[in-house]
Design a protein around this ligand. Structure first.
Ligand code: CMC
Length: 431
């Protein structure tokens, strides 16, 4: 009769242990009973970068990396990208179910009416130098919101959490646009409550001298789809950062600021910026074989940015949708000349044994930067464009973590490899 347990024999002692298996996991604290003697601490798991360690139970996002499946609350990403809208998806991720018309209207109203930021935030952003990276400004100003909303400390109160989450989702585009306008030396544009979430953001970015600026509906729809694709991706680096920082019971602005910091890195949300720089460096299709040779021979120093994923070992389903969106955007904006290089690079890489063997496929960032550039965004804004929608995922995951009775302050163990205890050496005796 099969049993949901794991039987382990410790060959150091000859003792056998039976450990329960639940949801395909063992609880690593169960290993602590495995000891060589009474003063032994007990067995631990060693898993740098959490390659095979689940840190939580989550009901929000499902990924099957081998099959290239991504679902939010059970709904396939392809269907949501085609049929839903970003704020509807935000509601779904946060509340678990698609909203009724009334629920969506209320949610949209609340988000729309929290988009303004305190006037002092403007002077805060003005304090940055002209060449400050917008992602650095975004991270700092989100963290600053913690000081503007002291009530956010009340994380045990469900209503307070809901208000902070609404504020975060609503104010993120405003902070992002203000950071952009500062970097461009342009005056800030205030939110316009008559516009959709995405159109309002684009208006705050693009409006100069006239309130008659109209966002092209194709570009509005394209960015809305991109926001849906980026809204959540289960326990990635930034989400884990939000959960880890949030587990200390700090307010959500501080936790989300940690997420922005993690997303800033070139291996995470900074990858689309890195893809553009890489495509520019390659310069022409003729230089691709040499570039691929350098990637393969470089002991990991040079990477094909926008390729590979910790979880997806087949085509990233988001990248498929993005390729379609790219065509629609380029019909309006004209083709990004770097597209030709990207398509050829993908073709060559997908046939190359190095990439095939390692199951390296284009990820969400391979084409998104090309779209953003065609829409007129500088590369520095790309991670910011990722952070706006990912705020929804961070908030949903934060809410789930705060209400999960099993969660405690995150505090991993270490394997100590330093010096054994020794006595202090006076300075004149040191070699
Ligand atoms: N180009 C060349 N080789 C690669 C690449 C790449 N983009 N990605 C992985 N490899 C190689 C890597 O060198 C290793 O080879 P070997 O087995 O010979 O040592 C093998 O493939 C396995 O890679 P890994 O580094 O163990 O994989 P990982 O799961 O630790 O890293 C990753 C995942 C996304 C950090 C990595 O694939 C990468 O750096 N990609 C480029 C950056 C990028 O596009 N990031 C965006 C990720 S998607 C958006 C997001 O979620 O933030």
């Amino acid at each position: 009769m099969p049993k949901d347990t794991l039987t382990v024999t410790d060959n150091r002692t000859g003792k056998t242990y039976e450990i329960p298996i639940e949801n395909g996991c063992i609880r690593t604290p169960d290993l602590r009973q495995i000891k060589t003697g009474s003063d032994d601490f007990g067995l631990m798991g060693y898993d740098p970068a959490f390659l095979n360690t689940a840190n939580c139970k989550s009901a929000i996002t499902f990924i099957d990396g081998d099959k290239g499946i991504l679902e939010y609350r059970g709904y396939p990403i392809e269907q949501l990208a085609e049929k839903s809208s970003f704020l509807e998806v935000a509601y779904l991720l946060l509340k678990g179910e698609l909203p009724t018309q009334k629920e969506l209207e209320n949610f949209t109203f609340n988000v729309t009416h929290h988009t303004l930021v305190h006037e002092n935030i403007k002077s805060f952003i003005d304090g940055f130098r002209y060449d400050a990276h917008p992602m650095a400004m975004l991270g700092s100003t989100v963290a600053a919101l913690s000081a503007f909303y002291p009530d956010a400390k009340n994380i045990k109160d469900a209503r307070s959490r809901e208000i902070q989450i609404t504020r975060l989702i609503a104010k993120m585009p405003t902070l992002a646009a203000f950071s952009y306008r500062h970097a461009m030396g342009l005056p800030f544009v205030y939110p316009d409550n008559d516009l959709s979430y995405v159109a309002n953001f684009l208006a705050m970015i693009k409006r100069i001298g006239t309130s008659a600026f109209k966002v092209h509906p194709t570009l509005e729809k394209a960015l809305d789809v991109l926001f849906i694709l980026h809204a959540d991706h289960e326990q990635n680096c930034s989400t884990t950062s939000v959960r880890t920082v949030g587990s200390s019971q700090v307010d959500p602005y501080s936790a989300v600021a940690a997420g922005v910091g993690a997303l800033y890195g070139p291996l995470h949300g900074g990858a689309n910026e890195a893809v553009l720089r890489m495509l520019r460096e390659i310069g022409s299709k003729a230089n691709i074989p040499e570039f691929i040779k350098q990637v393969k021979g470089g002991e990991g120093e040079k990477k094909l940015m926008g390729f590979g994923h910790r979880v997806y070992k087949s085509y990233d389903p988001r990248a498929k949708v993005i390729k379609r969106v790219a065509d629609e955007v380029f019909d309006v904006t004209g083709k990004n000349p770097l597209l030709e290089i990207a398509l050829e690079l993908e073709r060559i890489a997908l046939e190359d044994e190095y990439f095939v063997k390692r199951k390296l496929y284009p990820n969400v960032d391979f084409y998104s930067g090309l779209i953003y550039e065609a829409m007129g965004f500088q590369a520095e804004m790309f991670p910011v464009l990722f952070a706006i929608p990912r705020t929804v995922g961070w908030c949903a995951q934060w809410e789930e973590m705060v209400t999960d009775n099993e969660q405690k302050i995150a505090r991993p163990r270490q394997v100590f490899t330093g010096a054994a205890r020794r006595d202090y050496v006076a300075q004149d005796k040191r070699k």
